[in-house]
Design a protein. Sequence first.
Length: 314
Amino acid sequence: MKHDQLKKTLSILAMAMFVLLLSAQTKTALASTIKAVVNGAVITDFDVAQRQRLEKLLSGNRRNLSRTAALNELIDDKLKLFEARNRRMTASDREIDVAIQNMAANAKLSKTRLLSIIKKSGINPETLKDWLKVQLSWRDLVAARSNSQVHVDEAEIYQMLSDQTKKDGTVKEAIRFDLTRVVFVVRSKASNGERNQRLKEAKRFRSSFASCSKDLDTARKLKDVAIEHVGRKSTTELPGPLAKRLRDTPVNKLTSPIKVSEGYEMIAVCGKKDLGKQETLRTEIQSKLRNEQGKMLERRYLSELRSTAVIDKR
């Protein structure tokens, strides 16, 4: 749930870079007045101004966050980060770097160019990194708590399933896939020639791929090829374009390679199962109920952190 929301937010952020290039340049915030202290951690006027600019960037120049709202978000961020540190679940520098690389790739920019644009828009790159650290850490904290506390009642699913079936008989059929990710890794400073060569190697491997059981083992022995077992995913859980690509890919075959931050990615379809209309609708209802419960849990979690924190607004 949180992971999909975060990916969507990062994609919006990447697209917004182009909008900001055309906007007027903002002045660098110089104020350093302390606005709040959260469990001993200081939040300044500069931090507040930076969050306002970042929010404007995240919204594609459409939302202006008030200073009060920005301060409250920063207070929440401090609490989330303290909780992540206490539970040893703080996002690593590597995770943050990968998130930035993905943002750059989505915007068809290099990482250096992306950070340059951020600077020109009046945002310190560290502000973005700090924000990402909180988002990634909080996502994992909420997911860990959700796994143990979010339980969807079968009776509620059945009731909603019955009601929905009476209302709508045109439910799409779903397919469940067994997936494995194959990435032909390309180093970040590779030349165009090297990249083209790796793409050719990926395409050549795809054309010879005929069996997940045998050829994935072969791939593991290749130099600079990463294999990740994704597991079972249904079309109701996947983005539309990816779901279509997987539908069109036969079992024991690879999707065509696409460029990602690490190199060239292909997905091995190692199994397909038609779930039928009723199962499709059930999955959608279960996902909806879990999302609703997850959002409530997240609000309670943050409320708990606030209730035990020492917050001094100035």
